[in-house]
Design a protein around this ligand. Structure first.
Ligand SMILES: C[S@@+](CC[C@H](N)C(=O)[O-])C[C@H]1O[C@@H](n2cnc3c(N)ncnc32)[C@H](O)[C@@H]1O
Length: 442
């Protein structure tokens, strides 16, 4: 592999006798992994691959983007070492958690797995097009308790001071841990790049700390090896912000951060390093902080977004004809869109929202049309009519085709393949009309 100028000499100097083992990993294929989705009803998954020792629900292996397991959200593909981060955050059901730099959603989906459908995850991405990808992955994974936002950290901090029990800052970084998987990631690297990234990381952390409640936990992570963005940022936050570095439990293979790379600050030994020459993964850095004090976050019940009488009638008619139960959560209408949001939702009128809770659907003239999200968020038992399709029909429907049906009537159905819900269809004249979102067709 041709490294950018200055990269090799830097790590030869830093790693000394360890450097040949580190560089040798770049001649090996990248490690891949996936996680099983515990939000889904347990279904036998014929995927295999050994368990990733430091991950909950993680396995080594590869799932293709067109496989039903991926499309139905039964699994999420995520690089193995990245699977340590949410484990360190250890979110719990009922908490209010912020994932500040979240797209495409690897850690958000892992956080949601720990929380079940309880509590609130605010998952934010500053870049608008990446925020849309995040929304689509959150929807595919069947997460119903997320507020997806598209803001810079300063605007969020102004809207939500001390609002979260736990915060993850999976920071934009120089991405040296991506070089093996994606050599294009090297194009931005210069010897000065880590210092420029570190400046942005400090700015993000200043805002993140403002949003953390006293006594709350903040986890900072990167997928880069550079001490400027790892040990030195951890030492800086420990010294300059009202945050204290606390130890991380490190399963075998996971090393400590190196105090010698941060002016011998002993607190840095509390951080964790996942090195590609010490375990099967691409590499990550993780630091866990606690904020001094003790306080609980304020709960907020939205008193706005109530449905009009016509909207209520149309939604009730839809539920009665198509579902077996009312989706849980607080119903909230934003213009013609209907959402079910967690009861602990924040006041979000001053932030840019991409998606709130579960998108239930759209009010049309005198009727309600369900959203595609219902197919991956609700269990098959929540639908009155489930249509099981073959692998060949699954591929045709994903492509946008109609499917003939022996069923009569005019209503919505859940389509499943291998018992995994993947789409909503509309039965009309013994045909299942294709409602698969155009942007997801394949
Ligand atoms: C390492 S990636 C996040 C990966 C994600 N957590 C996951 O697990 O899938 C960092 C993200 O930070 C975003 N970002 C870039 N500049 C930022 C800034 N100034 N503030 C907040 N986020 C930023 C990037 O757009 C990028 O999506």
């Amino acid at each position: 592999m041709d490294f950018p100028e200055g990269f090799k000499t830097k790590y030869q100097r830093l790693l000394g006798a360890e450097a040949p083992a580190f560089f040798a990993t770049f001649q090996q294929p990248a490690e891949t992994g996936y996680r099983i989705n515990p939000l889904k009803p347990a279904a036998p998954l014929a995927l295999g691959g050994p368990a990733i020792p430091w991950s909950t629900w993680g396995h080594y292996g590869k799932v293709a983007g067109n496989d039903i397991e991926h499309v139905s959200g039964f699994v999420y593909s995520q690089e193995p070492s990245a699977q340590f981060v949410a484990t360190v955050l250890a979110p719990e059901p009922g908490e209010r958690v912020l994932d500040l730099c979240a797209a495409p959603g690897g850690k958000t989906t892992h956080i949601a797995s720990f929380m079940g459908a309880s509590g609130l995850i605010v998952t934010n991405e500053i870049n608008r097009s990446r925020a849309k990808i995040l929304a689509s992955n959150v929807e595919r994974f069947g997460i119903t308790n997320a507020l997806i936002t598209n803001n810079d950290p300063d605007s969020l901090a102004a809207a939500w001071p001390e609002a979260f029990d736990k915060i993850l800052v999976d920071a934009p970084c120089s991405g040296e841990g991506m070089f093996r998987k994606d050599p294009d990631a090297m194009q931005y690297w210069t010897p000065d790049y880590p210092a420029a990234c570190a400046q942005r990381q400090r700015e993000i952390l200043v805002m993140a700390e403002k949003m953390l409640r006293p006594g709350g936990v903040l986890v900072y992570s990167t997928c880069t090896f550079s001490p400027e963005e790892d040990e030195q940022i951890a030492a800086w936050a420990n010294a300059e912000l009202p945050l204290t570095l606390v130890p991380i439990q490190k399963p075998a293979g996971i090393a400590s951060g190196r105090p010698k790379w941060a002016d011998n600050d002993p607190a840095v030994a509390n951080t964790a390093r996942l090195w590609p020459h010490q375990l099967r993964g691409e590499g990550h850095f993780v630091a866990r902080f606690v904020k001094a004090g003790q306080a609980s976050v304020k709960r907020y019940d939205p008193q706005w977004g109530r449905l009009s009488a016509t909207q209520r009638r149309d939604f009730d008619t839809f539920v009665k004809a198509n579902l077996t139960q009312m989706p849980s959560g607080h119903l909230l209408a934003v213009k013609d869109q209907l959402f079910a949001v967690p009861e602990t939702a924040l006041d979000w009128r001053h932030v840019r929202i991409v998606r709130a809770g579960l998108h239930l659907g759209t009010f049309k003239k005198n009727r309600f049309e369900p959203s595609h999200s219902l197919a991956t968020a609700l269990p098959p038992a929540a639908f009155q009519q489930v249509v099981k399709v073959s692998q060949a029909e699954y591929l045709r429907y994903r492509h946008g085709e109609l499917l003939p049906s022996a069923l009569s009537g005019k209503h919505y159905v859940l389509l499943t393949c291998e018992d995994k819900g993947f789409a909503i269809g509309k039965l009309v004249n013994q045909t299942i009309k294709n409602l698969y979102p155009k942007g997801l067709r394949h």
